[in-house]
Design a protein around this ligand. Sequence first.
Ligand code: PLP
Length: 390
Amino acid sequence: TGQTSRALARIAPSQTAAMTDRATQLRGEGRDIISLSVGEPDFATPTHVVEAAKAALVNGLTKYTPVGGTARMKEAAALHFARDLGIEVPTSQVMTSAGGKQAIFLAMLATVSEGEEVIVPAPWWVSYPEIVRFAGGSVVPLQTSAASGFRFSAGDLESQIGPRTQWLLLNSPGNPTGAVYSGDMLLGIGEVLRRNPRVMVLSDDIYAPLNYTGAPHATLAALCPDLADRVLTVSGVSKSHAMTGFRIGVSAGPEWLIRAMEKLQSHASGNPCSISQAAAVAAFEGPQDFLADWRETFRQRRDLVVAGINAITGLSTPEPEGAFYCMVDAAPLMDRFGDDAKLALHLLEHGVAVVPASAFGGRDGFRISFAAGRETLMEALRRIGDALAP
Ligand code: PLP
């Protein structure tokens, strides 16, 4: 208890972190646990990135930097937005923060006031609703279902927009469902936004390179340039370049919003880590060809997991089109287990850590991450099958 704030009381700790901690604890006790609860690539950080970080240390890049990142960092971020996402922005419209997570935190805290509404499609990434509530906003859930590939339609969106709607949080490819919005779907969403000039969009494109549809990544700010002045696009290197520990995220958006985020960051962290910035510059400016190999590896794992899950009685999943997560429906098993949290604990007892769907504003299922090796995934599927055998 202690003297914690009213704002803190509005939020809950991350359930994905809780499940990962529980798995680590059981492992510490000598149990053999496969963790499919965590959202990070199992690949090693590319060597040229590691070398750039070492060089930064040796060359004395160990001091404060400008709040939103060094000039070089902002240039690399602008290059990334233009080359990889099709969003052409001057460096005055980009900023860098400690991960995409902090970018979203800054954007919400810098803009949301008490009573404002933020539409969050569900199942959602665990941090979205907590950040919105911490900022004082109200979460307006926009439920999606497996039948629609966990995507909302333009009509679904329009029906949730009201006079207090300030933001739509849009994540494609998405965590925890792997849902990918096509260019056509985004154009439809753009039409709704034109009719609702007050609504801003936070487009979380952190999984952009992990798209298995064969179509190029589609994103709102590039597709609807007339709306770009109310779209904040968040990206980074964590998921794409296996750099989760470096904590670098990048944002592109209207200048007023980027300045507002920097204002907040100037008093929070001061600036993102100087060494990590140098590493991220190398990630964005260096070779990108390995991304295609990683994508292909993830696609094969996706196929393995989808087939394995759908072969287990009581479980089903649509094919995720992106990211490295699979949202599994286990509704037929709820009579037997009670709820999805109890089902997740049962699976943990059988040596596999997953996260219950309820942690993401979903229900009667669980999320598994397929950012793990083939053998590991096969063993996990075998354990899940055994654990759920009638
Ligand atoms: N957005 C989504 C949808 C994520 O899944 C994550 C990480 O789990 C992030 C943003 C933040 O990533 P990072 O802060 O490591 O850049």
